[in-house]
Write a protein of this length. Structure first.
Length: 135
């Protein structure tokens, strides 16, 4: 479970006196725990992935506005460590082709069920549309 990995990484950062890593991991855990409390649920891997992606996007925006680029890039490296490898366009094409479905909604639903968090939704949608048009 990714939440346990985040906690372990935070503990390691504390032992190593890596204050930058400890800070971002503490913030990440706080955000995850707050979301879980609001939703009255447990922290899921999907929540960890989405929150990491949200933080990365926020850091990129802050960098564009002149934030501390070195610090934010270091944070993004840490956060990317909790995001699974994303499927390439070719890998998505193979997966979608193997589904043998001709409905965008069904394709996206099956992709989410089997590969949630492992692909770019916009790219998957475009590839699925290509297959539907060819059918």
């Amino acid at each position: 479970m990714l939440a346990q990995e985040v906690k372990a990484a935070r503990m390691q950062a504390m032992r190593d006196k890596n204050y930058a890593a400890r800070s971002i991991l503490t913030t990440l855990l706080g955000e995850l725990e707050g979301a879980a409390k609001r939703d009255q649920s447990d922290i899921t891997d999907d929540m960890v992935i989405k929150t990491c992606k949200k933080f990365i996007v926020g850091n990129l925006e802050t960098m564009k506005l002149g934030g501390d680029v070195e610090k934010l890039e270091a944070e993004n490296v840490i956060l990317k460590g909790f995001i699974p490898k994303q499927l390439s366009a070719n890998e998505l094409r193979v997966i979608i082709e193997d589904m043998k479905l001709n409905n965008l909604g069904q394709i996206m639903k099956q992709l989410k069920a089997e590969h949630d968090g492992e692909y770019d939704g916009k790219m998957a949608s475009q590839i699925a549309r290509e297959f539907i048009e060819l059918s």
